[in-house]
Design a protein around this ligand. Sequence first.
Ligand SMILES: [Zn+2]
Length: 202
Amino acid sequence: MKAGIRDFILAGGFVMTVLAAVCGCTADDAPRLSRAEKDIIDADGIMRVLTVVDREDSLVLRSECTDFPLKTLRSERFGRLAGRMIATVTDSTQDGVGIAGPQVGLKRRVVAVQRFDKAGEPFEVYPNIRVEYLSDEKQTGPEGCLSIPEIYGEVERSQTVVISYVDINTLDTVRDTVSGFTAVIFQHETDHLDGILFTDRM
Ligand SMILES: [Zn+2]
């Protein structure tokens, strides 16, 4: 092979590797679900919500989460998880506006968020989610957390965010711009996926 072509290929490979490292979203290299994760998802009823009161739970709540493999997002099991997360956050014992993977014992990038900015204010589930943009314009408001009983406080958040996540029907990465209170919920919930709790920001 001519040196010039080979160098180009090598350079291209290097660029691809760097891009993969930067966005962390290329190949489907996310770890497959463990037996323990499958058992959590496959169980019946409302999911147990982890709290900082419990030491073991705290370790999960402080964990960095990983994506779901794309194959899992197409599975019935992911649909089941989405339904159970919504059932859990909307249960009268919780009555929340959002919930994140670690709060139900899964160190995975998934959140359920109530879209107050949409007609009917539906709960929607976002896998492999990331915040791609945070506006400089801020808003301050009261927050609480299902995982931190009886603590409330004022937190400063961006007015507008751009999120990216994987559409489970197309498996494309899609983006959405969200403002106002719903943007606050997205920031609170995606913080959970990086092991950050709202009390860290008070
Ligand atoms: Zn929370």
